[in-house]
Design a protein around this ligand. Sequence first.
Ligand code: HPA
Ligand code: ZN
Length: 346
Amino acid sequence: MENIVEGPVVSELPDQAAAPAKLLPVAELHLHIEGTLEPELIFALAERNGIDLPYPGLDELRRRYQFTDLQSFLDLYYANMAVLQTEQDFADMTRAYLERAALAGVRHAEIMMDPQAHVSRGIPLETCVNGVASVLATSVEDYGISTILIAAFLRDLPEDSALEVLEALLAMGAPIGAVGLDSAEVGNPPAKFERVFARAREAGLRLTAHAGEEGPPSYIIEALDVLGVERIDHGIRCMEDPGLVERLVDARTPLTVCPLSNVRLRTVDTLADHPLPAMLAAGLNVSVNSDDPAYFGGYVDDNFAQLQAVFELSDFDRARLAANSVHSSFASEERKAQLLDELNGL
Ligand code: HPA
Ligand code: ZN
């Protein structure tokens, strides 16, 4: 795979229809660590912590993974967090993700966590941050994956709650590299968080936000213009606004797309209806990510494999998606160059 050039490209003809996809080194930029809690780990942590779950067994839990929209998923996602009690729980969850991600070809991961979802149930901020961060500190040595921790704020809570948690994170010297914005999108536009993102920028943090998942294209514009984010998480609804697409193409704004998530949350009917090929063809800077892999049917490799099966992406398209993920990351220039060299050497 040679001559990976700047700019997304889509090839004209699928050339490897039936061939199994090769695993590419990628950066995963859109991943909620709490969304990596697999059912087996949920039950193991519940037992360790003496927590009664509202479902008697794995099968009953798995039956709840039929989502109708974002909120129906969020209800289960937040409920299952009850099993996360100690630093060790957060560390075990993080280790399990990195172990699986390494098998998926992930070489750099930017990992969101939702501190407010833990603080609001009485878990100290230090417990969740230190539990995750203790594992990320040695992720290169242990898993070959460089990592950046992103504190994501819950947009369905008041801005003051986010500001309070951001100040506490800064005061404790939490090893975060960026802030994000997630949870229930519609009715909670980005502008609600203008002060939080201004404070994060002033503190030297990088900025990203979910926008245009269920929310309208105007939320993407607002995230860029009011919050000043460098990256948009999801962003698929930009396709409804040609002027916005042109702007995103011109600025090479990264969009961290999560195809299996969009299918499971019914944002698109089936994977065959997903706009990813159209986004590539439009010249958008898209990458492929798993979002909440334990809930949405797969990790990054599964996302690539299912895209390959449905759209017969060429090797060049897949390399382009992988290169986009590296270019779009908040990694150091040195780390990006290493990963691009790896990709170009394939
Ligand atoms: N969208 C919004 N909030 C989230 C998601 C998502 O896909 N996953 C976890 N929190
Ligand atoms: Zn997400």
